[in-house]
Design a protein around this ligand. Structure first.
Ligand SMILES: [Zn+2]
Length: 281
């Protein structure tokens, strides 16, 4: 009898261990992938502060990441890298920036078994040339965009004066207008956080998806570490005061959530996030 009971107990233990393991897996079904959307060498770093002296004579290399979030309710593309017409060409320079891109989004998605048609959403932190590179290919995908940003980039003045960027988003047929924060899948795991200032409707992305810590993909609220430490605002930002306010809001939010801020243009943070993802898998 004793034997039977101990066998029973052991089997119950094994069974409960197994179900526990299964449950842990079930808790984190959301996957994050980070890809390179190119590289930017900033030849004139002085543009990244309000005065022309702080970074005078300095240069810096930026990563240009884009991200794929696979959620059971759909896939989201966050940002779209540099223009794809750079792929296979020598780096292009306009003096201030030297830009290059090694691979197309289609090829990169293939490496995780996805194609453009598998996406439900695309969201872009803001409409600058280094974030909208492959956006047009997502023409039939719902574009999560702040209403003010959409107006700013699609009005007649933008079409004429900001033609390059306008042309990179003009094929997107399904905008869904946002006015502030937006919980993409309604479960608090993937949340767009409004952070205006760099552009009129700039946004960041909070992810609570079972990494060792939640993260905030910062868009261009900060381009590199020193600007985060010293709260420096680039000279070309749409609005300095709004940028500073957004820095305050997002920092407070990240602190409250225990979230790590990931600077999208930082090569160091690109690697850091890759390591966090590898640890989870
Ligand atoms: Zn940027």
């Amino acid at each position: 009898m004793k034997k039977i009971i101990s066998v029973l107990i052991i089997s119950i233990l094994i069974f409960s261990c197994k179900t526990e393991k299964k449950e842990v897996k079930k808790e984190n079904p959301i996957k994050l992938h980070v890809f390179s959307g190119g590289k930017i060498v900033v030849n004139k770093l002085q543009y990244f502060a309000q005065d022309s002296m702080t970074y005078k004579g300095q240069t810096k290399t930026f990563a240009d990441a884009f991200y794929v979030i696979q959620h059971p309710k759909g896939n989201l593309m966050w940002d779209a890298g540099l223009p794809e017409n750079l792929v296979g060409k020598e780096p292009f320079s306009d003096g201030a920036f030297t830009v290059s891109r090694k691979d197309s989004v289609k090829n990169q998605l293939k490496s995780i078994g996805l194609k453009v048609a598998d996406f439900k959403y695309i969201a872009i932190s803001h409409s600058h040339f280094d974030h909208v590179g492959h956006a047009n290919q997502f023409a039939d995908v719902t574009w999560l965009v702040q209403e003010n940003e959409h107006k700013y980039i699609t009005n007649d003045i933008a079409k004429e004066k900001n033609t390059e960027v306008y042309n990179m988003i003009k094929d997107l047929k399904k905008p869904q207008f946002l006015n502030g924060d937006f919980d993409v899948f309604g479960d608090g795991t993937v949340v767009i956080k409004y952070a205006p200032g760099h552009t009129v409707g700039h946004q960041t992305l909070y992810l609570n998806i079972g990494l060792e810590k939640p993260v905030v993909l910062i868009g261009d609220l900060y381009h590199f570490e020193e600007n985060r430490i010293h709260k420096r605002v680039p000279i070309f930002n749409h609005n300095k005061e709004k940028t500073l306010k957004s820095m305050e809001t997002i920092e407070a939010f990240a602190k409250e959530k225990g979230a790590e801020i990931i600077i999208q243009h930082s090569p160091k943070d690109f690697e850091k996030l890759q390591k966090m993802i590898a640890k989870k898998n």
